[in-house]
Design a protein. Structure first.
Lengths: 252, 252
DNA sequence: GTTGACGTTGTCGTTGCGGCAGCTTCTACC
DNA sequence: GGTAGAAGCTGCCGCAACGACAACGTCAAC
């Protein structure tokens, strides 16, 4: 018993285009191709198509389905991997939705206040840590400020500017990682934190406890918190958490 | 003050390729293009780039970002729409993960039992409602069976087979909707249920209560339940729920 | 004069098809 | 035997957002 492509399409609910596509990529070749080029499918193909559709409905990709049906990989194992991916993606979207929700609340608050909007008007984004503000904020760490001031004085203006840009870029990447839903102790975030820590120690030696204290200042120090929150709501706390996690796992 | 592309890339953390891409699609054209073709960006472009990056980190697509920055659409409104999309996608993945999880459990159970696996071996998928089995199962609805038998006898074999294929295709679509995470009362599921109800009433008039009873039989009748569960675990109950919801909202 | 860093444009690949164009084939009917 | 309609075929473009090349131009330094 053989069926032409349109018949199979009607039986299975997929389009003829899809069947041709599956044939093209080798997932479901027709049992026979007539002298006129027409595709014909047999019972085996229908069975295979059903397996494909079930796995597809479960969200597996076509290459993965091909591997499962070729019995090269265990289907339960494949589904378990897939399940983990689904949960991770769900959690990411959940965190992202939270960020978006908070951003909306911030924007509406700004709108009522008449204060400039942070997302649409991030004038201070590249200037969020201007030297004056930055150094003024360093009052919490007098000896750090002193040392840094001496180092900066020894640098060319170009070097100072470059360093500042680099810090800003790091902050932006951090904000993006946060908004993308990565938890503060996730690998990419920790890698960024590591880079920041190294940049900092290049200016002056910083002990683990001092670094933790600076992390807490991201939230506790008004000027710093404002600068971080101006970039993205929640960034101050996020950075503090990232620093805490970094100190816990890599500096202990 | 102008910066070449690599400088902007370093400052913002995106690649030069990305900047070129944004230029290509008109999202962020350089302020100036040198005689040698090199791109140069000014402060306005940096600001715009930051707005782009923030919105991008929140998950908006580039066309949407373009519309927001052109101030053609309200950003809070855009974010709210986006938020809804995020939640819907999260819920879909959540339901899908549940389906995958149940499928894994079924497969492991089958493996222990030695019973054939449902996903990998849906031999009876296109034969799940073979006429004999189907009519045998109709014992629960004697008068329905009688009427249907008379109608079927008056049809050509081709018509009978076509009707059967159509029912099978409908079941498969239903299974896919279920696996995709749609709740039983979701619109596409209800639309499918409507189609099935119409196909049924074409054979014989069916009252609301009779239809409800048939829905419950999907689970209660062993043969039917087996046929549905052979396609996808949970499909029997899913179909019953879909029919209940359909009877509630469209037949009352 | 060459090396190396930086720039350009252009194309392919990603995922899973939908949609269209242009053409052939098959079947039915007059 | 001609023709209309249905169904088939093979490409190719498009989607989202770039990454990863290739092949080539340009600029300063040694």
């Amino acid at each position: 018993m053989e069926w032409p492509i349109a018949e199979v399409a009607r039986m299975s609910g997929v389009t003829a285009r899809t069947l041709r596509h599956y044939g093209e990529i080798g997932l479901l070749p027709p049992v026979r191709i007539g002298a006129n080029g027409h595709r014909y499918y047999g019972e085996c193909q229908l069975l295979r198509l059903q397996q494909i559709l079930v796995l597809r409905a479960l969200g597996l990709g076509l290459p993965e389905i091909g591997r499962v049906l070729a019995e090269q990989v265990d289907e339960v194992e494949a589904l378990r991997r897939h399940h983990r991916r689904l949960l991770a993606e769900r959690d990411r979207l959940d965190a992202l939705a939270g960020t978006v929700s908070r951003t909306i609340a911030e924007l509406e608050q700004s709108r009522k206040d008449g204060t400039p909007m942070t997302v649409n008007r991030p004038e201070n984004l590249f200037e969020g840590v201007v030297p004056s503000q930055y150094q003024e904020s360093l009052r919490d760490f007098p000896e750090h400020a002193e040392e840094v001031a001496r180092r900066v004085a020894a640098m060319t203006p170009q070097e100072v500017e470059a360093g500042q840009r680099e810090r800003t870029a790091q902050m932006i990447r951090l904000a993006e990682l946060m908004a993308a839903g990565h938890p503060a102790d996730a690998e990419p975030v920790q890698a960024e934190t590591d880079a920041r820590y190294r940049a900092l120690t290049a200016l002056r030696a910083v002990s683990t406890e001092e670094y933790r204290a600076m992390g807490r200042s991201c939230v506790d120090n008004d000027a710093w918190r404002a600068a971080y929150e101006a970039i993205a709501p929640g960034l101050a706390a996020y950075q503090r958490d990232a620093i805490e996690a970094y100190a816990d796992t890599r500096l202990s």
